[in-house]
Write a protein that binds this ligand. Structure first.
Ligand code: AGP
Length: 609
């Protein structure tokens, strides 16, 4: 997510903003910039990469003043570059804007500004559209111009705006993206998040949705969606800085687990039009293209590979195209059958995993079309792909991947449904039902996440175990592999996952009295089989923790403990069943005192072979 900092007061805006942007570095970013108003003018300076690069370009004392806005950019539209970095300005550089979020209808506004006003855009971003739009409406009243511009915008955003002709104020707006105002002495602040300003002010206003604020050095005015003044009570920040960066959570992993409803919603809903048609962000994938494809190869590593397993199921079931899924480090050395009839899908949160990048190059060399599913705009895998379908999970800081995984699954389902409908492989009624069910997942997941204490209680009981097993059938087997990886990589417990039907072919020899076996039993069609597997391991002394859908109370008669997830179609259960498994691993690791966000021997981005 992008970071916003704004200051108005004495002549030291630059220092305050740089400090604030540094406090927001944990949110992840690829470029940064500052706009300063002084002497009736407005100047913007930006840099790609770390904040230290920005510090170099703003070093001269002349670049400073009483009011300014700054920004750290996490690219969503347009690759990381100086021209795409914020702040963005209107044509005559008299208005500057910083923005966190996505303007869904920026293309239509941009086209209208070009057609009606001959605006010449400099960047690829949706943010520049905001600056140009405000510039068109501006006639001496910044608050009014912002209101007019915002009335035309659709999407989720927090924006901060300054004008050369009104250097005594900052105007900011909140719509579905965080925004706070900080109360200073003879000065005031705006920011995306508390850490940016908490060293300077611990009295903040949380700005509510659709509210606009007009901030001067001595007051903060708040207006509701109908431009009526409203009062807020200031919140006193008592957090320490580290806790504030995690949004009050103890670890980034727990924060990111809880961000999954939002990530799935962003990844899904911004690509659905009002009739439920899936849009692939400009990716050209026509029926003719699909008719030329005789198989899909999904290649990835670790958690992304586990997402690929779900992708295999989704694309085969919904698009009726054969899918091979491979671990990248194996794919590239087996001289794979890949040619121009292959659609190669690379999945990677970081977009920098070297094994996956090399596999992608091998596939391209063999003539395949390459589509990547990536969470980092402009990353190496994104740049070397023919098409990129971005997950919009936001920066994932914790080494253990959680929200990236569920947004990767979301895209697997979207691709399966899109291709299946295009090929006529599924009925329209099935397509519409699945889209409707997918749209309900974020709310179901948010509701489930309110019950985390059940999982914590179970985790506290089993955190001293030295081994544990995860089993399932079909999609539940694939989720078991991910559940086991989460457990081993953050708790260091030697966990093991296996398809339940395989147990009797050897692994069951390891089940002893008291062995914890986590049984994922969410697939209606395989439920009876899973009940048999529960009996099978219990006969060897296992303690069975089952994961089942609400309403499947039969499992309570068999399992020793049950975690229920909200009901949903079998196809979509991984989006929900993985979350108690993420939480289970988290709370076990926490009870064991492990370094959860930075586990030993692991890196967030594996750029070695
Ligand atoms: C998952 O929790 C691990 N951090 C690891 O397996 C990771 O999924 C793998 O290294 C792939 O990373 P990528 O998605 O950035 O390519």
């Amino acid at each position: 997510m992008c970071g916003i900092v704004g200051y108005i007061g004495k002549n030291n805006a630059k220092e305050v903003i740089i400090d604030g942007l540094k406090r927001l570095e944990y949110r992840g970013y690829d470029s940064a910039g500052i706009a300063i108003c002084k002497d009736g003018g407005l100047e913007v300076r930006k840099a790609v990469g770390a904040i230290v690069n920005l510090e170099q370009v703003v070093a001269d004392p002349a670049f400073d003043g009483p009011v300014g806005i700054g920004h750290t950019r996490w690219a969503t539209h347009g690759v990381p570059s100086e021209v795409n970095a914020h702040p963005h300005t209107n044509e005559d550089n008299t208005i500057a804007v910083v923005h966190n979020g996505i303007i869904e209808n920026y293309v239509e506004i941009k086209e209208e500004l070009i057609r009606e006003y001959g605006i010449e855009f400099r960047s690829e971003t949706d943010t520049e559209v905001i600056a140009q739009l405000i510039g068109i409406y501006y006639d001496g009243d910044l608050h009014e111009a912002v209101n007019k511009a915002v009335a035309q915008m659709r999407g989720a955003y927090a924006i901060g705006v300054i004008a050369a002709a009104e250097p005594d104020k900052i105007v900011a707006v909140r719509k579905d993206a965080p925004l706070i105002a900080g109360i200073g002495k003879g000065c005031n602040y705006i920011a995306s998040d508390i850490p940016a300003i908490m060293e300077r002010s611990r009295q903040v206003y949380f700005i509510e949705n659709d509210e606009t604020i007009v901030v001067t050095a001595d007051k903060i005015e708040i207006f509701d969606g109908n431009n009526k003044p409203v009062e807020h009570e200031a919140f006193t920040v008592t957090w320490d800085v580290d806790s504030a960066e995690r949004g009050g959570y103890d670890h980034f992993m727990l924060k990111e687990i809880n961000e999954q409803p939002k990530g799935i919603e962003e990844t899904l809903l911004r690509r659905l039009d009002e009739d439920g048609n899936i849009k692939l962000d400009g990716i050209e994938l026509t029926k003719e293209d699909l008719d030329k494809i005789n198989k899909v190869c999904i290649v990835a590593c670790g958690t992304a590979y586990h997402a690929g397993l779900i992708g295999k199921y989704a694309i085969e079931k919904m698009a009726k195209i054969p899918v091979e899924v491979d671990i990248a480090s194996e794919f590239r050395y087996r001289d794979p059958f890949v040619d121009e009839k292959t659609l190669f899908i690379a999945i990677s949160q970081s977009g920098e995993t070297l094994d996956t990048l090399h596999a992608l190059r091998e596939a391209k060399r063999k003539g395949a079309r390459v589509l990547s599913v990536v969470n980092v705009v402009g990353s190496s895998i994104a740049r070397e792909s023919d098409d990129v379908f971005y997950t919009w999970a936001g920066p994932e800081i914790s080494v253990a991947s959680t929200k990236a995984y569920t947004t990767q699954l979301t895209i697997m389902y979207m691709l399966g449904l899109y291709m299946g409908r295009l090929r006529g492989a599924i009925e329209e009624s099935y397509y519409q039902r699945m889209v409707s069910e997918l749209k309900e997942i974020p709310a179901k997941l948010a509701r489930y996440l309110e019950k985390q204490k059940d999982v914590k209680r179970i985790a506290d009981r089993f955190h001293r175990d030295n081994e544990m097993f995860f089993i399932g059938r079909g999609l539940d087997a694939s989720v078991s592999y991910e559940a086991s990886l989460k457990m081993k990589e953050i708790s260091y417990i030697n966990s093991f996952a296996i398809a339940a039907g395989e147990l009797k072919h050897g692994t069951i020899a390891l089940i002893d009295q008291g062995t914890l076996v986590v049984v994922l039993a969410t697939q209606d069609a395989l439920f009876e089989k899973m009940l048999s597997n529960i009996k099978e391991v219990q006969a060897r002394g296992a303690y069975v923790l089952a994961v089942a859908k609400e309403g499947d109370t039969e499992v309570e008669k068999q399992a020793d403990e049950v975690i229920y997830i909200p009901d949903c179609p079998d196809e979509l259960t991984p989006l929900l069943s993985v979350v108690p498994m993420q939480l289970f691993a988290y709370y076990v690791a926490k009870a064991r005192g492990c370094n959860i966000d930075k586990p030993k021997n692991l890196a967030k981005s594996v750029t070695v072979e």
